[in-house]
Design a binder for this molecule. Structure first.
Ligand SMILES: C[S@@+](CC[C@H](N)C(=O)[O-])C[C@H]1O[C@@H](n2cnc3c(N)ncnc32)[C@H](O)[C@@H]1O
Length: 369
């Protein structure tokens, strides 16, 4: 007998949605395989390939290559002409899909998000335990996939937008970065240093001191800086941004997509304030979380909570005591942190971005200002 109860439709809809989610997870993992094994790259370099040709080009097993190609065609990622013998079928990667999967300069490049999401699943056994104990998980436990995925997902924006749109939109900071004497920038929690590189490229006079506490990120950052030919103006140091040993006088202190990850954000903001040169500015870029908690959420809120449960909250709890912020740092939370750290005011900057919000933190001015 068909179930005609009033709960049948919502139940079926939810079951269908969960099935689609499970399917998306598997397809995401298959994209990860194609990215990490160089299968998409081989398809782009060689043009349409049979399974045997792809296997040879990417040095993978032919049977696995065929199964993956068929899966990719079924998922609508690759195109194939099925009129030929299965072994002779050639699979094509379109230019549009290639841009999303392979073009590291494109703002549409999404392969790093896939890598990051897969990286977030790596420590799931530890996360089960962490939920029970309240302990955290070090960022290093998310491995190369976490680190490289995080770095790659912000790379195009840091290289294409940071120095050409975002900073020029803040006229006072833009003017200082272009002026003499050469400005000094502290890029706090720099990760792979794409933000430092973006700033140094856009402003040829500035010197950037980039800091991160994760040794593997610092190694990656130094390699990126060297490859960019900027080692004479961008110096990367492994240090906790709240460390008493951190010193210097900076015209600009930046914290890109990292404040919510920090165990002690107030301490780091206080340090950032103390390091400011007269007239200096603190710029924080963090997730564009909604002002208030209003479930069910839109794509951004759902993404942020996914990242938070799997990655940012556990990494924030890795050191104790911790503010335990999580990815969903709403503007009021940041404001409270900034005021506690001794800032006078927090300004939300009119820079448009789907995922990020930009804050300028104003230190107390000279008496009377
Ligand atoms: C989500 S990643 C962002 C990296 C980079 N800013 C970006 O946008 O790609 C967060 C980074 O913050 C670093 N981090 C967290 N707490 C820190 C602290 N107290 N001092 C320095 N770095 C810290 C982590 O090691 C990690 O590289």
């Amino acid at each position: 007998m068909p179930d005609t109860s009033s709960s049948a439709a919502p139940r079926e809809a939810f079951a269908e949605r969960l099935l689609q989610s499970a399917l998306s997870t598997m397809e995401t993992c298959c994209v990860y395989l194609g990215d990490r094994l160089g299968l998409y790259r081989a398809l782009q370099d060689r043009g349409p390939c049979t399974a045997a040709e792809l296997a040879a080009a990417a040095s993978v097993d032919r049977r696995y290559a065929r199964e993956w190609l068929e899966q990719q065609a079924m998922a609508g990622i690759l195109v194939v002409d099925v009129s030929t013998d299965p072994e002779a079928r050639r699979y094509t990667l379109s230019a549009e899909h290639a841009e999303v999967l392979l073009d590291s300069d494109s703002l549409s490049w999404l392969a790093p998000v896939v890598q990051l999401v897969v990286g977030l699943t790596g420590p799931l056994p530890s996360l089960l335990q962490a939920f029970r104990t309240g302990e955290g998980i070090a960022w290093s436990a998310y491995g190369a996939d976490g680190r490289e995925g995080q770095a790659g997902q912000n790379r195009p924006a840091f290289l294409n937008l940071l120095g050409t749109e975002w900073l020029p939109a803040i006229s006072e900071i833009h003017a200082r970065l272009g002026a003499d004497p050469p400005a000094r920038v502290a890029d706090v929690a720099c990760g792979a240093a794409w933000s430092s590189i973006g700033i140094a490229r856009a402003y040829p006079k500035v010197h950037v001191d980039a800091f991160d506490l994760d040794d593997a990120s610092v190694t990656l950052a130094r390699a990126n800086v060297a490859e960019a030919g900027l080692a004479h103006r961008v110096r990367v140091t492994a240090i906790d941004a709240g460390d008493a040993a951190l010193a210097g006088r900076y015209d600009l202190v930046t914290i890109f997509e990292a404040l919510h990850d920090m165990s002690r954000p107030v301490e780091v903001l206080r340090k950032a304030r103390v390091m400011l040169a007269p007239g200096g500015a603190v710029l924080v870029m963090d997730e564009r979380a909604a002002e208030t908690f209003q479930p069910p959420g839109d794509t951004v809120e759902r993404l942020l909570y996914g990242f938070s449960v799997l990655g940012c909250l556990p990494t924030g709890l890795a050191e104790q005591p911790s503010a335990a912020t999580g990815t969903v740092m709403r503007p009021a939370t940041l404001r409270a942190y900034a005021l506690e750290a001794g800032f006078r005011d927090v300004e939300v900057l009119p820079i448009a971005h789907d995922l990020f919000r930009f804050y300028r933190l104003h230190p107390p001015g000279p008496a009377g200002s």
